[in-house]
Design a protein around this ligand. Structure first.
Ligand SMILES: [Zn+2]
Length: 132
């Protein structure tokens, strides 16, 4: 995918934004970096179970966890050269949006179209015991 060349010049700035945001979320959660590294290596189907176990000991907030995951994914896309491309329509995401939401996976149009579905997906990952 060569379209990413369009945003390559800004990649360092986006990477710094993502790392800064990740550090902020992490410090808020008090999670050790090795725990985060483990998350990145847990298979998708095992994440719900992993989250269920970890949330008991770490009091992990589901939305912060989701945010961390999005940030990690964005860093992966920066590394692979796919950053800044909408995962749905494959159009470049406007820099204005990336500056506001540097972990964005979708352009505004696709995000809004899928917002409800995504929220349901997030809620389905909340362990039963953590619902209040
Ligand atoms: Zn899109």
């Amino acid at each position: 995918m060569k379209r990413s060349v369009l945003v390559r010049g800004s990649n360092r700035a986006y990477r710094e934004m993502l790392l800064e945001k990740r550090a902020k979320v992490l410090s808020g959660l008090g999670i050790k970096f090795d725990t985060l590294a483990r998350m990145g290596r847990v298979a998708e189907e095992d994440q719900a179970q992993f989250l269920s176990d970890e949330s008991v000991s770490l009091h992990l907030n589901i939305l912060d966890y989701e945010q961390l995951r999005l940030i990690e994914e964005a860093l992966d896309r920066l590394a692979s050269g796919d950053y800044g491309i909408c995962l749905s329509c494959e159009e470049p995401i406007p820099p204005k949006r990336l500056h506001a939401v540097c972990w964005a996976r979708y352009c505004v149009r696709c995000q809004e179209a899928g917002a409800e579905r995504q929220w349901n997906e997030v809620r389905s990952r909340v362990p039963v015991g953590a619902r209040q």
